[in-house]
Design a protein around this ligand. Structure first.
Ligand SMILES: [Mg+2]
Length: 381
């Protein structure tokens, strides 16, 4: 079997898919994207494709080594995401070739269903209770919210009260049998984060995500030591080497993104490294159906898995939804807040190729919002 063609598709709302075709008719799909930098990653995918065209897709690890290290310069979001999408497609092909789901090739299932959470926003507190009610009605047992909208990096007492009040509203709407996670997006300074986390302790968040920016990982240890709130991070880390200092600092939850951190191959290894630190895996995934399918394959086979993000109904998805690109939506149903294990071959996602090709004709120009503080200076989104 040889790889004969590699295509990419720029599809709304803000995604990039890749399609890897082989000479015996098996096709693998991947989702190589950095949100807001999709065209850049697209170029990287086509550069890396030179290493795969004409090759046997079977030796995935051999390809991963060459794709990741073969250009001398390595790592970072763009290259690691390009590799991630191609890696997903190779694992899809591997499963389809043998007629088994990819998780069978990762050692087999360790669970029958995967708990998932949905977003409830959080920038506008007046809509929170309704958003939570909708999520609970859809079957979810956990939600994630932003701690705040735009605010100073050193928050005023009133702003701090606002953060606590938002989380308290969600906790009240959820009751004590469900979970809320809180995303800080690195909007506070380390000093302010140390002040906020103890205030949230009585509300028992499942975790607080990115309390510090990735460039401040060297300050994470003091923060983790100062609170009982489990600290999560990782959507902007791209390899085992990137995760090591965060794990050593005492995070509780690792959040690699299957489309950013080197794909199934590297996230499996990040999970294994995390296990040594008694850290649980909660992959980041505000992305499309292929990234979610790849995440689920890892979740089915990973012992220290906690919960999976999924983007159905997320506020970013304006022009298209995850389910617009699949023939069969059932593999993504979560009737009891969990997605149940599929035995379909490969990643287990039946991509609607015609819909993908149509969407690519329009493409997209999605960019991260650019925020400013009241004085005009740059603000973290
Ligand atoms: Mg986040």
């Amino acid at each position: 079997m040889k790889i004969t063609r590699i295509e990419t598709f720029l599809v709304a709302p803000r995604w990039l898919f890749c399609r890897v075709e082989t000479d015996d008719g098996i096709v693998g799909w991947g989702e190589p994207v950095v949100e807001g930098r999709a065209e850049t990653v697209r170029t990287a995918v086509h550069e890396l494709a030179e290493l795969l065209l004409g090759e046997d897709p079977t030796p995935i690890e051999h390809h991963w080594q060459r794709l990741t290290k073969g250009g001398f310069y390595r790592g970072g979001p763009v290259l690691s995401s390009a590799v991630a999408g191609l890696d997903q497609a190779l694992w899809d092909i591997a499963g389809k070739r043998l007629g088994v789901p990819t998780h069978e090739l990762l050692g087999g299932p360790v669970r029958d269903r995967v708990r998932v959470y949905g977003w409830v926003g959080g920038d506008d507190p007046s809509q929170l209770a309704d958003a939570v009610a909708q999520r609970v009605a859809s079957g979810l047992t956990a939600v994630k919210m932003n701690a705040s909208g735009i605010m100073g990096r050193s928050a005023t007492p009133r702003e701090l009260d606002g953060v606590v009040e938002r989380v308290a509203r969600v906790r009240e709407a959820l009751g004590d049998d469900r979970d809320v996670a809180v995303d800080f997006h690195g909007r506070f300074t380390a000093a302010t984060a140390r002040r906020v986390l103890p205030l949230l302790e009585p509300l028992h968040p499942m975790f607080v995500e990115e309390p510090l920016l990735p460039e401040h990982t060297h300050l994470l240890g003091r923060l983790a030591d100062s609170t009982t709130v489990p600290v999560a991070t990782g959507e902007r880390l791209f390899s085992r080497a990137d995760f090591l200092p965060a794990l050593q600092a005492g995070i509780a939850v690792a959040q690699p993104d299957l489309s950013h951190a080197g794909g199934i191959s590297e996230v499996r290894r990040i999970a294994s490294l995390a296990e040594v630190y008694d850290v649980q895996l909660a992959p980041h995934c505000p992305l499309g159906p292929i990234a979610l399918a790849a995440s689920l394959q890892v979740a089915f086979a990973t012992p220290n898995f906690l919960i999976q993000e999924q983007s159905i109904g997320i506020h970013y998805n304006r022009d298209a939804e995850l389910l617009d690109y699949v023939v069969d939506a059932r593999p993504f149903d979560f009737p009891d807040g969990h997605i149940h294990r599929t035995t379909a071959p490969g990643l287990g996602v039946d991509v609607d190729e015609a819909a993908v090709r149509r969407a690519d004709e329009h493409g997209h120009r999605w960019r991260s919002p650019m925020w400013s503080h009241a004085d005009g200076s740059f603000a973290e989104w």
